[in-house]
Design a protein around this ligand. Structure first.
Ligand SMILES: *Cc1c(COP(=O)(O)O)cnc(C)c1O
Ligand SMILES: [Zn+2]
Length: 471
């Protein structure tokens, strides 16, 4: 639809008025501000984590919540590149970035798919799954990468950066997204490097940064080891860290919450959102996103957030149980993308929970067996969820059993990536070939294998027990 054809009261707001906003880094510890003219990941004065703060955010309150809702609903019909995908919510993500510097590779606006009656009965409550596996690199990481790369593009165009090396540690999906988005930027300016724990990302995930032309470095150890190395590189060398420790990533990942709200017509009363927790960037962004909406009167109530972790990588669960945070040593997990023992964004989670989600945040633990079966059962009922999605689905079931979630709730479950990235774990289940450390024993009724047969209709009909047509 063309801008001229929109209702008169919306036309004025279709294009962001807030492009002269002032944004800065803000330390979550000492609250110091730093200009947004370079890449910064921790506070130079107290080493606290940083968030991106819109110093002119109050101006957004001049528009009443119900008007914001109409603006965003109408923008979905607008065909303007800089306002597509996560940048439909331009004012809340990076208002300082001009529309022609925004990069959009098709991320965002992922479907919210209702579970059928049978699957809902199994979980104990009606729910919907948001398919973030339908993003371009097949995970939610594309949301944060779109904001990060748009910001880098803006720095190249406006600040005249001549050379940039983007780097990240990854459990598979961050590197896929970083490599994809960086490859869109001019190759004479931008190089991309990803650091992976050897043998701890799936073959599909490994193929992605290779295909995007990234330099792929594999090192022994787990994600936490890779993270320490890139943190040191970012500290001591001229590189741009693209992990979610970089707050320019969190800005884009907040779009998940904006979209969930919009897909529910902004009715968030009694909403429950279930997300897997790994490095805790996602759950941070989800909470911050709903807070933005609440501050502007776009929603009236914050949701209940249920974070789910495997028994094999559960530092946030243990923190909630013991009231004290300690990193854990991870064990093998089919929710491999969340197999992280010392989540970098933990201080943000702890602060957000303390200040805004005290009664609205729960961390639940599930077993490896439950995770893989959660995935298989969801996918046997029409879904395409990954193991982390399976973790969320079974976390919901647990939340129902514990009485946290009931029929009065509207429930959204986050499937953070696509089933196909994790086909190898499904195969291990079907073949009963999990190495010992996973503690998974397949159940016969969930296994499935191809059947080799001779190329004969009669033989196949016999095998299937088909009845011959009469007459
Ligand atoms: C990264 C990732 C997670 C964990 O998200 P965090 O922000 O690290 O907590 C979960 N699922 C998938 C598929 C991921 O790629
Ligand atoms: Zn500080």
């Amino acid at each position: 639809m063309k801008a001229a054809d929109f209702p008169i009261d919306i036309k004025d707001h279709l294009f962001p008025f807030h492009t002269d906003a002032q944004m800065a880094y803000e330390c979550i510890g000492c609250e110091a501000h730093y200009p947004l003219d370079r890449f910064l990941y921790t506070c130079p004065s107290c080493e606290g984590l940083l968030r991106i703060c819109d110093l002119t955010f109050d101006r957004l309150t001049e528009i009443p919540g119900p008007v914001w809702r109409r603006i965003f609903d109408h923008r979905r019909m607008l065909n303007v590149d800089g306002l597509k995908g996560i940048f439909l919510f331009h004012e809340f993500i990076f208002p300082i970035i001009p529309l022609d510097a925004v990069i959009n590779l098709g991320e965002g606006h992922t479907p919210l798919v209702r579970a059928n009656a049978e699957l809902s009965r199994w979980a104990g409550v009606d729910f919907s799954i948001k398919y973030d596996g339908l993003n371009p690199s097949a995970s939610f990481k594309d949301r944060g990468m779109a904001s990060a790369i748009s910001f880098i593009n803006y720095m190249i165009k406006v600040k005249g950066i001549k050379e940039l090396l983007g780097i990240c540690a990854s459990t598979g999906d961050t590197s896929a997204a970083a490599a994809l988005y960086l490859s869109y930027l001019p190759h004479d300016v931008v190089r991309s490097v990803v650091l992976l724990p050897q043998g701890k990302v799936t073959p599909a995930q490994l193929s992605q940064p290779l295909g995007s032309g990234s330099t792929v470095i594999e090192v022994p150890g787990v994600f936490d080891d890779c993270m320490r190395i890139v943190e040191q590189l970012a500290e001591e060398y001229e590189v741009c860290l693209l992990n979610s420790k970089n707050p320019i990533r969190i800005q884009g990942q907040k779009s998940y919450s904006y979209e969930v709200a919009q897909q529910l017509d902004f009715q968030t009363q009694n909403l429950v959102v279930v997300v897997p927790i790994g490095n805790a960037g996602n759950v941070t962004a989800v909470m911050e996103g709903f807070l933005d909406l609440l501050r502007l009167g776009i929603i009236e109530e914050l949701p209940l957030i249920i974070g789910v972790q495997s028994e094999h990588a559960n530092p946030v669960v243990l923190w909630r149980e013991r009231g004290e945070y300690r990193p854990v040593k991870v064990r093998p997990s089919v929710a491999q993308a969340a197999m992280i023992g010392n989540p970098v964004s933990f201080p943000k989670v702890s602060q957000l929970v303390e200040e805004h989600f005290r009664e609205r945040f729960f961390a639940l633990q599930v077993s490896e067996q439950e995770i893989i079966e959660g995935m298989l059962i969801a996918n046997r009922h029409g879904h395409v969820v990954c193991t982390q999605g399976g973790e969320s689905v079974v976390g919901l079931k647990k939340g129902v059993e514990m009485g946290l979630v009931n029929a009065n709730h509207t429930v959204v479950v986050d499937s953070t990536s696509h089933q196909l990235k994790f086909a190898g774990f499904q195969q291990m289940y079907f073949e009963d070939s999990f190495p010992a450390g996973y503690d998974i024993k397949p159940r016969e009724e969930l296994r499935n294998r191809p059947i080799a047969m001779e190329a004969s209709a009669e033989a196949i009909a016999r095998h299937l027990g088909l009845k011959k047509k009469k007459g």
